[in-house]
Design a protein around this ligand. Structure first.
Ligand SMILES: NC(=O)c1ccc[n+]([C@@H]2O[C@H](COP(=O)([O-])OP(=O)(O)OC[C@H]3O[C@@H](n4cnc5c(N)ncnc54)[C@H](OP(=O)(O)O)[C@@H]3O)[C@@H](O)[C@H]2O)c1
Length: 347
């Protein structure tokens, strides 16, 4: 008998599934019951996730063989969770879905950004957006949690203090985001072919990025937000440089006060702002495998412009790490449980 929480991962062979498995295998309050995959049935986890060799002898099972568990993590491509949510809810009383299916709580907003009606509109209101820094109280009583968009998360955490202070109202933010290749998932495509992807500095989505809706839902929609995403030579990581035109001038001292006040008790947010040194601004290079979001800022002298810089590991704080953090909040456990890896240097 175990008093640990039995969890299963659907889509366990993907990059987010692999990170969830890595975190959950070493989580003090969790037992991993099943990991599913269509393409890897019967194979050991380390076939898809070689870093987990000797960490577990669990094998992939087909999604059709899923059995009841306490909490189900869903980590498949967009659309799959929403189409099967009634089935999954019959198997587990708690669900954390890392896809985009249940992130937006308004049906019309969903249809506008995803180009089709939501397949399970009645479920949208039951899900809480899985960003503990914004929805901790709601998550503590939630049974259904949506994961977070990686580019949305780094932008949300960059902008939250400004939004809460009312400095963005009527203003404009241009969030320029550089991202690594693992954002595209484990399945190869033409653009991920090594000769095409390696060395690329490729505009991926200069306008109309879907995560804009997630950010405006989270930090507010009383300002103009424009997001541009560029793929760079990086495997894990997202860095936002948010050019913010505020409704009034602020000083660096004001920003220090504001960001400290908002984030002083946050276990996974670090303010990074030094006068000297190569790591004086947030840099995703330091974050692979960690659940941190590093946030820094600078004021443009003589203008209402501030630049907020934030960095995450997209597979961690941008996906699996936030999902595990949200589980910790849901379960009333220490929020940092299973998430204490400090990263590597040099790397
Ligand atoms: N990558 C990121 O940085 C990131 C960040 C935040 C959120 N997310 C979200 O997390 C989810 C998983 O992303 P990922 O990067 O891990 O993707 P991925 O590496 O492509 O993995 C997707 C998983 O789903 C399964 N799958 C693939 N096609 C499927 C289909 N048509 N129906 C059902 N299952 C299918 C795959 O394995 P089998 O085919 O073997 O079953 C695999 O286990 C996505 O919804 C993504 O938007 C990703």
């Amino acid at each position: 008998m175990t008093d640990k929480l039995n969890v299963s991962i659907v889509g366990g062979s993907g990059y987010v599934g692999g990170e969830l498995l890595r975190l959950l295998l070493f989580h003090p309050h969790v037992t991993v019951q099943q990991i599913t995959s269509v393409s890897q049935v019967g194979k050991f986890a380390h076939t898809a996730h070689p870093n987990l060799r000797s960490a577990t002898d669990i094998q992939f099972t087909h999604p059709d063989t899923l059995t009841e568990c306490d909490l189900l993590f869903l980590a498949q491509p967009h659309g799959y969770s929403a189409k099967n949510i009634d089935h999954f809810a019959g198997l587990a009383g708690r669900i954390i879905d890392t896809s985009a299916d249940f992130r937006l709580n308004d049906v019309e907003t969903y249809a506008r950004w995803y180009g089709e009606p939501h397949p399970a509109p009645d479920w949208l209101a039951k899900f809480v957006y899985g960003l503990p820094e914004r929805y901790r109280a709601e998550l503590s009583t939630a049974n259904y949690v949506s994961g977070v968009g990686c580019n949305a998360t780094v932008t949300n955490l960059a902008l939250t203090p400004l939004a809460e202070a009312g400095l963005l109202a009527g203003g404009t933010v241009i969030a320029d985001i550089k991202v690594g290749s693992s954002e595209g998932g484990a399945r190869p495509n033409e653009g991920s072919h090594h000769p095409e992807r390696s060395g690329a500095v490729r505009s991926f989505k200069p306008t109309g990025h879907r995560h804009q809706a997630e950010v405006q839902q989270t930090v507010g929609d009383d300002f103009d937000l424009y997001m541009s995403v560029t793929s760079i030579e990086l495997i894990r990581g997202a860095l936002v440089t948010a050019h913010c035109l505020l409704n009034q001038p602020v000083t660096e001292k004001d920003l220090w006060k504001l960001y400290r006040k908002t984030y002083k008790s946050e276990p996974f947010i670090r303010l990074v702002k030094q006068k000297t040194g190569i790591f004086r601004y947030p840099d995703p290079k330091l974050l692979p495998g960690t659940n941190y979001c590093d946030v820094g800022f600078e004021v443009e002298e003589g203008a209402n412009r501030v630049v907020i810089i934030a960095a995450i590991d997209n597979l961690m704080k941008g996906a699996a790490g936030s999902a595990v953090q949200a589980m910790n909040v849901m379960m009333g456990w220490e929020e940092t449980a299973g998430l204490d890896f400090p990263g590597l240097h040099p790397i």
